[in-house]
Each structure stands twice: as C-alpha cells, then as structure tokens.
Design a binder for this molecule. Structure first.
Ligand code: SF4
Length: 417
C-alpha cells in the first residue's frame, strides 16, 4: 500500500481532524443502549413500552438513516430521541472493495474526527458449506501494544471506542449486506486495538451482537482476539462459553515474542498460553492461536518446534497468516513453501493448523493501514531508524537474547487484575 505524504490528497477524502478540534458529541450512540436502558428512557417520558421496541427495531433491523426517518414514531418522540442520542456514531463511512468484491475495507469517522477501520470478507458457498460474511471490527482508535508489524501499533493509542462506536461498525456492514439480501454471519474483534484492554465496552457489544432482539448472532460466530492480556483472558473464562477466544501468538519463544508483541514483557508466552488453556478447559471451546508469518523472523524450524512443544496436547487450532506488507517494517511475509513447512512440523505434533491468505493487500487491509495512511507517513529518516532497530532486535531475539526493555504501558489493565 502506498502511504500518503501529509500534503497529498487523501484517496478516501477522509482525514483525521486535528487533535485540537477533537470534541466528542456528548450524546451516547443509541445502539449502545440495552433494552432496559431504552425502556427506562421511554418510561421517563411517559411513553408506552412498545415505543422502545420500535426504536430498537429501527436501529437493528431498519433501513432508516436517522431518527427523523422512523415514521412509526410521532414527531415529538423523534425529536426527543435526536436530543438524547446519536443514531449513528460512525458516520461518513467510506468503503474500498477488492478481491473481485470479496473484501470490503471501511474507514469510519468518529464524532471527534478519529478514524477506525472494519473489514468485511465474503466467503461464497463451497463444498457443501454455506456462504459466510465475516466482519472484522475495531475496539480502540489506535493501540498501545505497539506490535512492530502492525500499522495500528504504529499509530499509537488514541482512545477506547464507546460501545456504540464498536456496534455501529457492525450496523454499517449489516446495512450494506441487507441491500444485497444477505446478512452478517460472523464478527471477529481483530481490527484496530486490543479488545481486552477495553473489555467492559467490548462485552457490552458482544451482548448486543448475541441478543436475539438486536443482531442475534450465535456465540460460536463471535471471536474475541487478544495479544495476551492475561487478566482479561481470566475474566473471559469466568464468563463461560460466550464466544471463541483467539490469541495472537506470533512467536512461541519469549525473546522473539518480546519483539513482535511487546506486551509479552509483561505477560510472557507461558502465562498467556496457561490462561488460554484454562479457558479451553473451563469452557470446552477450542482456542485459536494466530501467527503472522514473517519471512526469516518467526517462520524457522526452531519456531515451529517451539510452538508444537508449547501447545502439544491442547484443545487448540493454529492459524498461520503471511504478514501483509506494512511500510515501516523491514520485513516481508513468509513465502508459501516456508509456511507449509512450518505447518507440517506443527501438525506432526498432533495440532490442527490452517494456512490463511491475506485479503485485500492492495487496499491496505492489514489492521490500521488505512487509518495510518490518512494520518500521514513518517519521514524516511524515522522509517530507516525504526527498521534498523527492528532488524537488530529480531537478530538478537533469534540468538535467544531478551531485550530487557520495560513493557509498554497498557491502559485499562489495572481494573482487570
Ligand atoms: S497487532 Fe493488535 S495488539 Fe498489536 S499493535 Fe496491532 S492492533 Fe495492537
């Protein structure tokens, strides 16, 4: 993906607002309200209970673009809704399509000008399997974890998304699908941000996705992904089998994982896998481990053997995904023969392994790539220094040396422990 210079015209016509003007609309998004919240709102205005249900139906099933279009409601109720809530918190969505229309990347502007992304992937019916429409959504604007192969990590952390800002990415995709007579079948929290560092709001969003009165998506069709926030995994385990847990592992050896997932310096890989293993045991649900495959960095025989050893005997599934090209890294995705060789070594330990292929590389479908592009690219000197540092760090990691750098700050962790 060609990054934009700060002065070049933005291809989407969307740019983040200058931070000085980042004033948020104080009205909550209506999709973030629970049915009980809406009932209470209606009751406080002396409205009959069915008015709340009419609002909820319009929000989750209707084609309306705003409260003013909900014609089943009296004008006074529409005005009251407009004064109290936002109908949509991710207005100005722009969509790029690629892969023959099978991948759609959406860039959403929030009320304070920040940009977040979602990616809708269509899987046609094949070999007896029904067609699927999977949406990958963001839970934060930016991310504090700072994985060096990730464009979102490059942006740094802006803020947690509100519950409605998470859900309105889903509503935007659902509206596009409904126009074609389809509906969403899966939602994965694998976009911008670390979902377990915004866990309260993510869980509220999961409840809405799961609720038959709202989106009505089965628990098996919702996946929460984490880079390894151990207290968050434990909290999910206490909740029981409400979704699939995916762990972005990327490396099984601590020296390398310290580089690829800086949060590893706070929760080392053994602790992460132990928490995920307990989750699988307690819920009976298989955990998915994701590895972004980087040529010559984490795709070696030694890495495959370390992974097989770490997960041997676990209720686990391994997904291998060649890295999307990201401008600021010195790395490239692993070639297919290297990924296949890695997969074979891990399979030999009795683990299920799937090789997945990148969708939408030419539209910047890697997490955070478009938002980073809109934010302007770093100077060549900054990119060069960053690349040199990553090369030195990964070379040291391959020699088995740990960096000793402190873990990155992880806002939100304190409330989880
Ligand atoms: S890969 Fe995920 S956890 Fe890592 S920086 Fe990107 S968004 Fe954050």
């Amino acid at each position: 993906m060609n990054a934009q210079t700060p002065d070049a015209p933005a291809p989407f016509g969307l740019r983040p607002a200058p931070s000085a003007s980042r004033l948020r609309d104080p009205r909550p998004g209506v999709s973030g309200l629970t049915p009980a919240d809406l009932d209470a709102w209606a009751a406080a205005r002396g409205l009959p209970g069915y008015r709340a249900r009419q609002v909820s139906d319009a929000v989750w099933r209707g084609r309306q673009a705003g409260f003013a279009e909900i014609r089943t409601l009296p004008g006074s109720v529409r005005d009251a809704l407009e004064a109290s809530f936002r109908f949509d918190t991710v207005a100005e969505t722009e969509v790029r399509r690629t892969d023959g229309g099978l991948t759609e990347k959406a860039l959403h502007r929030l009320s304070d000008g920040l940009l977040v992304e979602s990616v809708l992937m269509h899987y046609p019916a094949r070999d007896g399997a029904r067609e699927r429409h999977t949406l990958c959504i963001s839970s934060q604007a930016g991310c504090a974890v700072g994985c060096p192969f990730c464009a979102t990590g490059e942006l740094g952390m802006e803020r947690d998304l509100e519950t409605a800002e998470i859900l309105d990415q889903v509503r935007a995709a659902q509206r596009r699908l409904a126009a074609d007579g389809s509906r969403l079948t899966n939602v994965v929290f694998m976009g911008m941000g670390e979902p377990l560092l915004n866990l309260d709001r993510v869980l509220e969003a999961v409840a809405a996705l799961n609720d038959p009165g709202r989106l009505g998506l089965g628990a098996r069709h919702i996946t929460l992904s984490t880079s390894g926030v151990v207290p968050g995994i434990r909290r999910l385990t206490e909740l029981g089998p409400q979704f699939t847990l995916a762990v972005s592992l990327h490396a099984a050896r601590n020296p390398l994982r310290d580089v690829l997932v800086p949060l590893n310096r706070r929760w080392p890989v053994e602790e992460v896998v132990a928490a995920a293993r307990e989750h699988a045991r307690a819920t009976g649900r298989r955990v998915t481990y994701e590895l972004t495959m980087i040529s010559g960095v984490n795709d070696t025989d030694a890495d495959a053997d370390a992974l097989a050893e770490l997960l041997r005997g676990d209720l686990a599934h391994v997904n291998l995904i060649p890295m999307n090209p990201v401008a600021h890294t010195p790395w490239t995705g692993s070639p297919l023969p290297a990924v296949e060789r890695f997969a074979d070594r891990v399979r030999a330990a009795g683990l299920a392994v799937t090789i997945r292929f990148n969708r939408g590389t030419e539209i910047g479908a890697a997490c955070g790539q478009l938002a980073a592009e809109q934010a302007g690219r770093p100077t060549p000197a900054v990119v060069r220094r960053r690349r040199e540092r990553l090369v030195a760090q990964s070379a040291a990691a391959l020699r088995g040396e740990r960096s000793g750098e402190p873990a990155p700050p992880a806002p939100g962790v304190e409330g989880l422990a």
